[in-house]
Structures are given as structure tokens and as C-alpha cells.
Write a protein that binds this ligand. Structure first.
Ligand code: GLU
Length: 551
């Protein structure tokens, strides 16, 4: 047995398969011409990042548009950072957004396992062959030795890293390696780079075009002491054998592309198409920075789910970030599903996409305004069940009543956009429920310009005339007539001209009624509110308010 084989067998005594076996195990996918295979490869570090949702949405759409495959691979090789259960959570959240991987560890296809730690055998097979071919070698350097190398490089102002003459273990003889292994010394396995200083490599990025980099010269670690691969190596092996055609990932990975390109080259594997997506940025004190897990609550998809932003609105927003022509398409196709939009790599923005919470809000208002009352209620219930018990109870008390309330000025040509997110609902409509009203009424404060006795006079007068069988126009005309009789100006303009001659204007008059009946000074359309409450309750609430004023 030659010495390279002895080394390879000392490290991998139980690996008997070859790269060729893997090629057979994972044959090219049988897909229509032009179909692309993308993947979403989250690390299980706790939650779905807004940027990752963006990446997965776009990757998913590209695959689906071409009758291709979108799969999810859990990248759990950094076991120190792993948070148990986060893989399930991420999958669950993708599904909430309608992003359904064709293959994942929950629905494995033929290219699995879909969890990297379970693919260890594949990496080991490839590494064993790399050792035999001299494309990789074990490195026994200790932390101290590595730190000495770093210090020397710093002192000489040289490029840091493990390369060329600094890559000490590259130069160990096979006998020394065998001896070290036999002694049981700790080791990692490094890629043996062929790169030379001053050489260049070109990345043909599908989004950014041609980008030239210095060639990789680093002998990067491909297998750690714990036996698991590093990201760089696992990405190359997995995307090769899982037959990914397009590696769609955040642009933070672009600087590492030369390492990956060299690995594909040394292993003589076809390179996938690389698509480096813009990173989602945020304006902070006028400066752009990456949306950060630690600093920004909106960096977590949970934030939007917990607040009850509508899924459809959030997806819509992410599509505006993805392709510059999405909004134009939306104007032309107001009712179409976002999934009918054809994404194009060439229309992806090149600078980091700026996350605009205000825009998320306005799109959400639009989306919530356009739901019919049944859809709105169904989605509100779904939200409330998970995140808002109080709202859940309120809706369920009387679903038809709830529908009437949220249907005020909905289902019409230009619906009102009262709600930005489901968590807004209670604040806006709680007064429609008597138990909330009972509490709210105690905190009402009327404009101090009006004497209590005058308020009582107005409320009594209104209680006498209120008639909710009238249509809105006539109802309003009657209220206005009463206001004018009580010496309120017919509008703000008239009042402003001559404030001493009036108690206020019609708006002030309506506010008094609104405060008495709703215990709030702003409500959805007042006439509709009164109609839904019904004359009896309206009168009872006016009497309640009169009593409170008389106290
Ligand atoms: N696990 C890597 C991450 O979460 C995946 C990058 C990639 O898509 O290749 O950033």
C-alpha cells in the first residue's frame, strides 16, 4: 500500500466508497430543459431572518417558474451555534409564506439526507479521495502555532492565513503524517490550494455579471476536528451531488467564491451558476447597514408574524425588493397572485436592498383593505388563535357581529384602509363590545370648552331625535340640523371666521356624540357604527354618558 493510502485509511478506515459511487447514487436530475434547481440552506441558529425569507422566496420562485426543484438543506455543521428545533421552525415559517420546498428533511427526495450532519459519509468519501489524490492533507497545527503564524504575517505585513510557505503541514512527509496520526494527535483536514499570488479568477455571477478576484491561495480547513465539514466544502460537495443548478445566496458569500471555484475546479466538477442576492439593508442614522439580528426586531420574520402583518402583504413587499419592475406589473395586474410574476435575475438590484418598514405598512394596509369580510375574518382568526388570545375570544363571541364591524367601508370600490396589521383590530373596534365600552367610558374627556350642563343638553336632545332607520344622508342632515339649532357652525371655515358666535362647528358636535356613544374620538364610519350598535344600545350608551356627566 502506498503511503497516501495508509494515511487515507488511518483517517477513514471504514470508508470504502468512492466519488464515482456518489455520482451513481445521485444521478443528474431528470428535469425539463431549462428547469433550474435552487436551494435554501439555513443554519439552524434560532429563527428565520427576514433576509433569508427573501432569499428563499426568490430561489423558490426561480425554481417554480422553470418547472425546476427547490429544496431545503439544513446546514448544521456548526454545532456550537445550533439551536435545537430551529430547523422545524424555519420550515414551518416558510410554509406560512407559501414557500414549499419540494424536498427537505421532512419530505426527503432522492438527493438526501437534507441535513448536513447526516451527510457526513458523503464528505468523508470525497475527502478520502482528495487525500489519495493529494488535493487535501491533514494539519496538526495547534492554536499556538497558528497564532505564531499570524503574528509573523502581521509583523511582515503579509496576507494572513494558511498558505504557501506558512502552510506548515503541507510540507510534512508522509511518514511524519503517519506517525502523528498513530500518536492520536488532533488534526483538521485542509484543502491543498494550487493558487499562486497574483493569479486571477473570474466569477460569472448571474446577477452581478463578471467579477474578477485574486485566485484563492488559502489551504482552508475542509474538515474540522469534530469530523464535520466547513461551510465551504460542504457547499461544494452538496450542491454538486444534490444537483443544484443555481446557487442563490446572500452576497456576503461572494468574497468566498474563489475558494469554491477552486474546489469545483480541483474536483473537476461542473460549477453551478452563482447568483449572489443583495443583502437587506437598513437606514440607521442616515447610514446604510445590514439588517441585524441583534439590533433590529424586524430582522426576524417572527416580528411580522407576531404583529399580524398579512402574509400576502409581506410577500408583496419582498417582491418589490426582488425585481425593479414588480410594481409596474402589479399596477397592470392588481388582482394577480404574486406567484404569477415572472422574476428575472437581470432585474435584481445590485446594491443592498433597503428595508422600508413604512412601505411594508402601507402595502399591508392595502392588502387588508382589499380582503372581503370573510377572508379578513378567517385570517384574523388564524392570527389570533396563535398570537392573540384576547382577540380570538372577541371574534368568536359572535363572528357575524365581528364581520359587520370590520366590513365598515370594505367591499367597495375604494375600501378604507383602517388596519395595518391584525394586532390593530382590538384597539380600533373594542368599543363596539359593551364590556370594553363599560371600561372606556370612564376615561372619556370632552373638550373643556363645553360646560357639563351643555354637554348633557346636547346628548339629551340627540337621544330624542336619533333615528337609525334613516339613510346616511338623511341621518346626517338631521344631526346637522340639531347642531345648527344648538348654535354650532355648519363647518370649520364658518366657525373660524367668527368663533365667538358659535360653540364650535359640526365636527365638534359629532365628536361629543362619538365620545358619548363610542368612548373614542375616532372610529370607523360613525353612521355605520351606530347602525351596527342599533338604536337601543345607542340610546342606552347616551344615557350612561349623561349619568356620568351628572355625577
Ligand atoms: N448556511 C449558509 C447561511 O445560512 C448558507 C449559505 C448558502 O446559501 O450557501 O448563510
Amino acid at each position: 500500500m502506498n503511503k497516501k493510502s495508509i494515511i487515507a485509511n488511518l483517517i477513514f478506515p471504514n470508508i470504502n466508497e468512492t466519488i464515482n459511487d456518489l455520482e451513481k447514487k445521485y444521478p443528474p436530475r431528470d428535469l425539463p430543459n431549462g428547469a433550474i434547481v435552487t436551494r435554501f440552506a439555513p443554519s439552524p441558529t434560532g429563527f428565520l431572518h427576514t433576509g433569508s425569507l427573501f432569499t428563499s422566496l426568490v430561489s423558490y420562485r426561480f425554481a417554480k417558474q422553470t418547472q425546476g426543484v427547490f429544496f431545503m438543506r439544513l446546514e448544521d455543521t456548526d454545532q456550537k451555534r445550533e439551536i435545537k428545533g430551529s430547523g422545524e421552525k424555519v420550515l414551518e415559517q416558510l410554509l406560512i409564506f407559501g414557500i414549499k420546498p419540494d424536498e427537505s428533511y421532512l419530505h426527503p427526495g432522492k438527493y438526501g439526507p437534507y441535513i448536513q450532519s447526516e451527510r457526513k459519509n458523503n464528505y468523508d468519501i470525497v475527502i478520502k479521495e482528495m487525500l489519495l489524490k493529494g488535493l487535501a492533507y491533514p494539519c496538526f497545527c495547534t492554536h499556538e502555532e497558528l497564532s505564531d503564524i499570524r503574528k509573523e504575517q502581521e509583523a511582515k505585513k503579509l496576507l494572513p492565513g494558511y498558505y504557501h510557505e506558512f502552510a506548515r503541514c503541507r510540507y510534512l512527509s508522509d511518514d511524519e503524517v503517519i506517525e502523528n496520526l498513530k500518536q492520536g494527535k488532533d488534526y483538521v483536514i485542509r484543502f491543498k490550494s494550487q493558487g499562486k499570488l497574483d493569479e486571477r479568477v473570474v466569477l460569472e455571477d448571474e446577477i452581478r455579471g463578471r467579477i474578477e478576484f485574486p485566485k484563492n491561495i488559502q489551504d482552508v480547513v475542509i474538515r474540522k476536528t469534530d469530523g464535520l465539514p466547513t461551510y465551504h466544502f460542504a457547499h461544494v460537495v452538496d450542491d454538486h451531488f444534490m444537483r443544484t443548478t443555481h446557487v442563490t445566496r446572500g452576497e456576503e458569500w461572494m468574497p468566498s467564491a474563489p475558494i469554491h471555484l477552486e474546489m469545483f475546479e480541483q474536483l473537476t466538477w461542473d460549477k453551478p451558476v452563482f447568483c449572489h442576492f443583495p443583502v437587506i439593508m437598513k437606514l440607521d442614522d442616515g447610514k446604510r447597514r445590514k439588517l441585524s439580528k441583534r439590533k433590529d426586531e424586524e430582522a426576524s420574520v417572527d416580528y411580522f408574524l407576531e404583529k399580524g402583518y398579512p402574509i400576502e402583504g409581506f410577500l408583496e413587499y419582498l417582491m418589490t425588493l426582488a425585481n425593479s419592475n414588480f410594481e409596474e406589473w402589479r399596477l397592470a395586474n392588481p388582482k394577480a397572485s404574486i406567484f404569477d410574476f415572472n422574476l428575472e435575475f437581470s432585474k435584481m438590484s445590485l446594491d443592498g436592498a433597503l428595508f422600508d418598514l413604512e412601505k411594508v405598512k402601507s402595502i399591508s394596509k392595502e392588502v387588508l383593505g382589499n380582503f372581503d369580510k370573510h377572508t379578513f375574518t378567517e385570517k384574523a382568526l388564524e392570527y389570533a388563535k396563535k398570537y392573540n388570545q384576547e382577540l380570538y375570544l372577541v371574534i368568536n363571541k359572535d363572528i357575524d357581529y365581528f364581520k359587520q364591524i370590520i366590513n365598515i367601508e370594505r367591499e367597495q370600490e375604494k375600501p378604507r384602509k383602517d388596519y395595518e396589521k391584525f394586532s390593530d383590530i382590538l384597539d380600533i373596534i373594542n368599543f363596539m363590545y359593551d364590556d370594553y365600552y363599560e371600561e372606556l367610558k370612564n376615561n372619556v374627556t370632552y373638550n373643556e370648552r363645553f360646560e357639563k350642563s351643555f354637554l348633557i343638553e346636547i346628548l339629551k336632545a340627540y337621544k330624542d331625535i336619533v333615528n337609525l332607520d334613516l339613510d346616511q344622508e338623511t341621518w346626517f342632515a338631521e344631526m346637522k340640523e340639531l347642531a345648527l339649532n344648538k348654535n354650532f357652525a355648519k363647518n370649520g371655515k364658518q366657525y373660524k371666521k367668527d368663533p365667538d358666535n358659535y360653540h364650535g362647528h359640526i365636527g365638534d358636535f359629532a365628536e361629543i356624540l362619538r365620545l358619548a356613544i363610542c368612548a373614542k374620538n375616532s372610529t370607523p364610519n360613525f353612521y355605520d357604527v351606530l347602525k351596527i350598535l342599533g338604536e337601543k344600545r345607542v340610546k342606552a350608551r347616551i344615557s350612561d354618558s349623561i349619568k356620568l356627566l351628572e355625577k
